[in-house]
Design a protein. Structure first.
Length: 168
């Protein structure tokens, strides 16, 4: 019997990849990390994909990844920019969307070492982190099936909370 998958959404540095790996282990499901898939497909870091091929191309890659995979029995770690795509209805229909809601101060602290945007955050250079955070937050809230307030929780606590929701 196929289980409904879990899609993790949220700002860059909110812990989607870390939590995704742990969830995959605990639930015995494969992890599809969209950022890693795009890097492997393009043969370069995500930052370079964005810089050389552009934002629109990168967003299309995100869409291609979602549309080309079976979204059953999988943990999906999405890019923070997934909310700009036309695949959210697909994710909402086929997966349980969990927003890893991390306060702005924590995101700012986690991204502070990345002054050169090595992560490849779409819109960061043009808009700045605070504006990007304020722009994206309502979209995460709108599309999330569940919201996990991650402010002071450990990765283990977050995984346990998601597993509890998922197993209901």
């Amino acid at each position: 019997m196929k289980r409904k998958s879990i899609s993790l959404i949220g700002m860059p540095a909110c812990g989607k990849s870390t939590i995704g790996k742990e969830l995959a282990k605990v639930l015995g499901m494969p992890l599809l990390d969209v950022d890693k898939w795009m890097e492997e497909r393009e043969g370069m870091p995500l930052r370079e994909v964005i810089e050389t091929k552009g934002k629109d191309y990168t967003l299309r890659l995100e869409t291609d990844c979602i549309r080309s995979h079976d979204l059953h029995d999988v943990i999906l770690s999405t890019p923070g920019s997934i909310i700009y795509n036309d695949v959210l209805d697909v994710l909402q229909e086929q997966t349980h969307i969990v927003w890893l809601n991390v306060p702005f101060a924590a995101i700012e602290e986690r991204l502070a070492p990345d002054v050169d945007n090595k992560r490849g955050v779409i819109g960061l250079k043009e808009k700045g982190l605070k504006r990007l955070f304020d722009e994206r937050t309502p979209f995460y809230a709108e599309w999330a099936t569940s919201v996990i307030d991650c402010g002071s929780k450990s990765a283990t606590d977050i995984v346990d909370e998601i597993v509890g929701i998922f197993r209901k």
